[in-house]
Write a protein that binds this ligand. Sequence first.
Ligand SMILES: *Cc1c(COP(=O)(O)O)cnc(C)c1O
Length: 384
Amino acid sequence: MVDLKGQYEKIKNQVNESVLDVLDSTAYINGPQVKAFEKELAEYLDVKHVIPCANGTDALQISMMGLGLKPGDEVITADFTFAATVEVIALLQLTPVLVDVDPATFNIDIAAIEKAITPKTKAIVPVHLFGHVANMDAIIDLAKKHELYVIEDNAQAIGANYTFENGSQQKAGVIGNVGATSFFPSKNLGCYGDGGAIFTNDDDLAHTIRGIVNHGMYKRYHHDVVGVNSRLDSVQAAVLRAKLPHLDRYNAARRDAARKYTAHFSTAKNIVTPSTETNKKCDNSKGICDTCDCHVFHQYTLRVTNGKRDALAERLQSEGIPHGIYYPIPLHQQKAYSDERYVDADFKVTNQLSDEVISLPMHTELDDEQINHIAKIVLEVVEA
Ligand SMILES: *Cc1c(COP(=O)(O)O)cnc(C)c1O
């Protein structure tokens, strides 16, 4: 699905040099590389505070702890996402409220959020799924109206640019009260191990979170709140510093590959290609919106609408072409997150997507020959 080796080869000298510097320095935890990365990422995202941590799941959990959410508080998120999003809500004994998604964008459905809001609702967690920013105009409006926090799960969309309906722009992850991301190796900005970060423009929240990631300490050995131990290693920060200057180019390469895939499937009757539309600012007429960069294609995910998804997966497997089914089981149907409040009829879209979606190889090193070959096989199976 990803070509980490090919990408590494091109930046090898840079990465090796900065990693060796860390080894020489012996500042393995919270060294100068971590501080420098924090600053560089904050500049890139145009956000006041970046707080690195150990992984994306921690980033989400710590964001919720920082906001002071309490057991029983309801947190609304999408049924169609990676389990980490709902896992941390449940771990903190908050009440997850899963809602359906939009069939065109795979992102959280605005009407479904509105319907799920109760007096106990405290936060909305939009997930910018597959690299596509959720409709933040509508989400921010709802949050303001009902006084809710917005926690962006930006694990899949780092570098995406959201254009508001009034024309202003912000990077994904820094639009809500707080944003969380992951630097897992296969993410759009990946390190060579685990890593994550939290973003916020709120000075008080940033201060609270900096304590939480470090055992609740604001002064050495004074533990004011119950915290966790969640750090980004200096070695990982060194890798990320070498890669951050390439992020825009990496995302452009992904968008380019997506544009080519979509062109191959433009006349297919049984394939729905990913929509890149988030709001009326987007121009999706040429397959991929180029008026903004609201989709950075962490995944390129098709819907196969004639029941041949599994046949396609088998054929790709036999051809040695990697593929993924994200996500095969809706969260509301998972044993750990099932709840008698959920009725299947409220999750029509997620249920359908679980049967129809398939993600094709998507990374920064895809060439035309690979894309043509993959597209040919997809069309052979699905359009036959
Ligand atoms: C990857 C991912 C996470 C978790 O990140 P980790 O670094 O693996 O803990 C959370 N949410 C989404 C949507 C993800 O894709």
